[in-house]
Every structure is written in C-alpha cells, then in structure tokens.
Design a binder for this molecule. Structure first.
Ligand SMILES: Nc1ncnc2c1ncn2[C@@H]1O[C@H](COP(=O)(O)OP(=O)(O)OP(=O)(O)O)[C@@H](O)[C@H]1O
Ligand SMILES: [Mg+2]
Length: 279
C-alpha cells in the first residue's frame, strides 16, 4: 500500500488552473522526484500534500484512506513532514536548540537541556552527520548541513513521508551531494521521500519514480527502469537551454544572450516578480 497516493488531482486558484489530472504515488523506502520548470506547479503540489492547501479535484489518500487536510498540523499528525527551502531556523541558537525547536523536552518547570544535547548529537551521528559541536549556532553551518539537520530532525520526530522543496537549489556541487546522500539515508530508514528539484542530475541518482510537470500538467510519470538519465534530461530541456544561456553569460558573452537576459529582467521588473522566487 502507498503511503501517499494522488489520483487525478487538480487545483484551481479562482480562474487559474495551477494543477490538473496529477497522479503520484510514494511508498515506504521510495523516493519520488517531482521535476518541472518555474510555474510548473511543483509548490502547489507539495502544498496540497503538506496540508497547506486543499485540492479542487481528484483524490488524495494516505495509507489507503482518503484525506482532506485543513492544516499542516493534520498532515504532520499522519507523519507527513515538510522541509521548506528557507528553513525556519533561529541562526544564533545552537544546533541542538534548533533540532528541538517547538518540541522542547521539558523537565519539571524547565527544559531538559542535557537530554536534548545528547539526543541531537546522537541522531545526527546516526544519519552520518558528524558535527564537531552541537553547541555551535546553526547559522554557522553550511546550507547543506542545515538541510541535513532538518532531515534528521523530521526522521527523529517520526516522519513517515518527507517532502523536500528544492533542498539542493541553492547549493554547490559538493553540498548537493551531501544532501542527496541523506535523502538516500532517509529512504533506507523506510521513509517515503518526495524530492522537488529543477535538476535531473540530482533527481536521477536518488529517484525511484519521476513526475515531470509542465504548466500544471503531467508530462510523464516514470519508474526508474522506464527512463534513462539522458531521456530525463532531454524532457527537462527547457532547463538545459537556460543553463546554456547562463554559461554564455558567465563567459562574458554579450550579444544575443545578454540582450535576452536584459529583456527578461526588465519584464520581471515590470511584472513585479523576482526570477526564481517561489510564490
Ligand atoms: N496562491 C495562488 N494564487 C493564484 N495563483 C497561484 C497561487 N499559487 C500558485 N499560483 C499559480 O499556479 C501556477 C503554479 O505555481 P507553483 O508555485 O506551484 O509553481 P512551481 O513549479 O513551484 O514554480 P517555481 O519553480 O517557480 O517555484 C503558477 O502559474 C502560479 O502563478
Ligand atoms: Mg515552487
């Protein structure tokens, strides 16, 4: 039985159809990747699964039972935890305080600091995250390490399904590799993972299933044995073209690419949007 199953799910915001006819399944010890360009509907999809928004059509089932979550709390009670890209951490607080943020272990009238320190350290170690010191402010960790702390925290607090919204988007190659490794760790521990990304090279090595979104519709839903890395990359070709554009710009190539980038920038200014931002 699937932990999470969506069948024909759609979402309208007023007249705007953000999603339609989406099928998706996540089982125990499985990673489902959701790929798509800006505006494809990735965030809308995970907001539905996370209980932030309700779907307008189709069915959403958890452990074979249809659900209509009214809040993220209700989803969390079913073991569905979400790690958002802009992690809600308190940068100046130690790692262990952030690990237990909002779920502090109490002892009498105060907090059981010793327990929390020890547990945070052990849990991180169990995931293979060896921090020198859980006493250091979480703000001093790299972006990748912070994602890893968030993942291990969700595992500790009993998540069965872990949703990761573009955890590697802001990371370099090495840090991305670290986060991908913890996605596999979570899978090994039996969790179902929903991994949102723009990047087929991040998705392919860790994914068991791949859902490709474009303008709110499914471009395809594949199991790993049904698609190759090259095919996945080709399907995401929109993204590849953009990458080429940015390489051209990096090389200081003026000309057409620079003109196009300028135009895009101007357009987004007029529309009052920042490219790459998540609404
Ligand atoms: N609250 C909302 N009200 C109206 N329209 C919305 C709302 N949220 C999203 N949309 C629209 O739904 C579509 C899908 O948006 P969504 O944020 O899900 O895309 P995304 O794949 O997450 O994009 P990105 O990669 O930029 O984060 C877009 O056209 C967006 O403008
Ligand atoms: Mg988004």
């Amino acid at each position: 039985m699937s932990l999470v199953q969506l069948t024909g799910v759609g979402k309208n915001y007023g007249n705007i159809t953000a999603l339609s006819g989406i099928d998706l399944e996540v089982g125990e010890s499985e990673v489902t990747c959701v790929l798509g360009d800006n505006g494809a509907g990735k965030s809308t999809l995970i907001k539905i699964i996370a209980g932030l928004h309700q779907h307008s059509s189709g069915t959403y089932e958890v452990n074979g039972r249809e659900v209509h979550f009214n809040s993220p709390r209700e989803a969390l009670d079913e073991g569905i935890a979400t790690v958002y890209q802009d992690l809600a951490v308190v940068p100046l607080m130690p790692v262990w305080r952030n690990f237990f943020l909002g779920q502090e272990k109490r002892k009498g009238l105060g907090m059981d600091s010793a327990f929390m320190r020890k547990t945070a350290k052990q849990e991180l170690l169990d995931m293979g995250i060896d921090l020198r010191d859980v006493e250091q402010p979480i703000g001093t960790l790299s972006g990748g390490e912070r994602q890893c702390v968030a993942i291990s925290r969700a595992v500790y607090f009993g998540a069965k399904v872990l949703i990761l919204d573009e955890p590697t988007a802001a990371l370099g190659v090495k840090q991305s590799g670290v986060v991908l490794r913890y996605i596999l760790q979570a899978r090994e521990r039996g969790l179902g993972v929903i991994f949102i990304t723009h990047n087929p090279h991040h998705a392919f090595p860790v994914g068991d299933r791949f859902l490709l979104l474009k303008r709110g519709r499914s471009l395809g839903y594949y199991r790993k044995d049904e698609i190759s890395r090259d095919e996945l990359t080709a399907l995401m070709a929109g993204g590849a073209e953009l990458e080429e554009l940015s390489h051209e710009l990096d090389r200081g190539g003026g000309g057409v690419a620079a003109a196009a980038a300028k135009m895009l920038e101007q357009e987004s200014k007029e529309l009052g949007i920042t490219p790459g931002s998540t609404p």
